[in-house]
Every structure is written in C-alpha cells, then in structure tokens.
Design a protein around this ligand. Sequence first.
Ligand code: UT7
Length: 322
Amino acid sequence: MMYTRIAGTGRYLPEKILTNFDLEKMVDTSDEWIRTRTGVERRHQVRDDQTTSDMCVEAAKIAIEDAGIDVSDIDMVFVGTTSPDLVFPNAATLVQQRLGIPACPCIGMEAACTSFIYALTTADKFIKADETKCALVIGAECITKLVDWNDRNTCVLFGDGAGAVIVKPSDEPGIIATHLGADGQYKDLLYYPVGVSKDLHKAGTDEAAITMRGNEVFKVAVKTLGNVAAEVLRKAEIDQSELDWLIPHQANLRIIQATAKRLNLPMDKVILTVQDHGNTSAASVPMALDVGIRDGRIKPGQLLLMEAFGGGFTWGSILLRL
Ligand code: UT7
C-alpha cells in the first residue's frame, strides 16, 4: 500500500500585526469582546502591495528546506486559496514560476477555509495514483483584503498568512483517511458577493466585502466539524482515544473547544493559533501544523486529525501519521 507522507512544512506571516487594541480605535469593539467571543488577540495583515503568491513563495521555501529537497524534485503544485493574485494564471502556476520549479501540473483549489484540506486530499489521490513523486501543497490567504474594515461583525475575525507542506509517497503511513464535503444550500450564510462573472463593477466598493450571519455559521460549524472528525476516524477504524493531536481550522476558540469536547480530547491535545493568527481561512490548518511541529509538540509517528469548515459550506478532514 502506498501512502502520502508529509516530508516538510513551512509558514509565512506578514510583518504587520493588528492587535485587538488597534481595532478598538477603528470600530466600536473591545479587546474583551473579541477575546471572549472568538479567542483572537492579534492577527497579521499583508501590505497593500503584497499578494497571496508572495506569501506562498516564502512559506514554500521553508517547507522545501525542511524537507531537504531541491525545487527540481517537485513535480506538482497545489495552492488552496480564495484570494488568488489573479483570475489566471492560478496561484499555483505563479508559485511554480517564481520558485523555479520545472513545468508541471499546477492546480488551484477554491473551497474557502477548507481549500487546503481539499488541496492536500487531492494531492494524496495523485500520489496514490503514482502521478506525482513530490508535491508542494499550500494554503494561503490575503483575506483581510476581502473585509469591510468598518464592519465590526467581520473585521475583527480575520488575518493573513500562508502554510506549506511537501508531500511524498511512502510505504509507511502517512495519510490514512480523508473526507470532503460541501452543501451550497448554506451559501447565503457566508459569502463574498462580487466575482468575475457576477457584479464585477462592484469590486472596490463598500458592497464588496465578506458577508456573514455569524451566529448561524457558528451553529452549523460546531455540528459539522464534530461529524467530519468522526467520519475519518470511522473510515480508518481508529478510536478517537488514539489521537495525539487535533489541528482544527482556527475560526473561533469556542468552536474548537466544542469540537474537542465531542472528541473527548483535552485542550492540551489541540494546536491553537487563533489567538495569534485570527481566522486565516485556507492558511489556518497548515500554519497550525507548522507551529506544532516546529515548537516540538507534534512528533514523528504521532496521529493527527486536521479539519476545516468554510463558506459554501465546505468541510473536510484528514487523518494522518506524521
Ligand atoms: O471560517 C469560516 C467559518 N466561520 C466561522 O466559523 C465563524 C462563526 N461565527 C462566529 O465565530 C461567531 O458567531 C462570531 C464571533 C462571528 C460572533 O459571535 P456571537 O457570539 O455569535 O455573536 P453575535 O453575532 O450573536 O452577536 C452578539 C452581539 C450583537 O449585538 P446585539 O445584537 O446582541 O446587541 C453584535 O452586534 O455582539 C455584537 N457584536 C460585537 N460587539 C463588539 C458583533 N461583533 C462585535 C464586535 N465587538 N466586534
């Protein structure tokens, strides 16, 4: 049996940090409200001239070095994002060119906050089909560029960043099970109203901003994230008590606590970055993975469950041994 193994990780966070106290000066909010309702204390924000692929390139360089490979070893690139630099070429193609990776399939995946889980799941299938020997998989987002900075309901939640992994085939697990899903009936609860073929003339106006019915999203997120975690464990016939780490999408500390509780996992088995990163959408899971590995908590051989939930709604989970 062929498995997909993570050979290296990396992350990039923009230099600029916005604290809750900075936001108090911008909208009618308070550090206390943001911390108690979301768990966020600070978040990073890109410069106006910085793009998603800029962040991807920095995160990828670190993952490539960590994996001990050369760019010429990479034969497939995936970038999961909802905030690509351009409509085309896709962000994966921009990253391939900028890193000097030889011409190869470059795949952009767009599934809101679940984009990285979608991308890594797809890379896993290509590896198992023997179509790639070394893939670069990135989740990245300039989500602060999609936010209305006068809307306190949303602007306090989000941050920017990029997380990257290098994956390779291996006889040893590896990714053990994956689960993806989406249901467009929830579209109106969380969406960005402007696109290329819809209301493009509104780009750059106040109407072009993330629109969310937070409380309703919250309830579906808690239910769905519990279910997607259970689904990969069921597929793999592994009991939740065997899990070493939960690496959840970092949208809200209370959602993460509810998911951990459903899994009977103590919070010291959960990688938390929401306090420092905010909700970085597609970047949140790979950055949390990198944080946990680099600070020495996540160790080789341990059993990890990654999961995400986002606009669409979309959702997904991956069970793997590092
Ligand atoms: O990543 C994709 C998935 N996204 C998510 O999972 C996000 C899910 N939702 C959430 O995390 C939470 O619903 C929020 C953090 C967005 C909001 O928390 P909540 O406990 O659901 O609050 P709420 O929306 O019910 O609002 C409670 C009150 C409202 O005031 P009234 O109507 O009770 O007077 C809001 O106007 O809090 C008010 N409020 C704020 N107050 C101070 C909303 N935003 C703020 C703010 N500062 N920034």
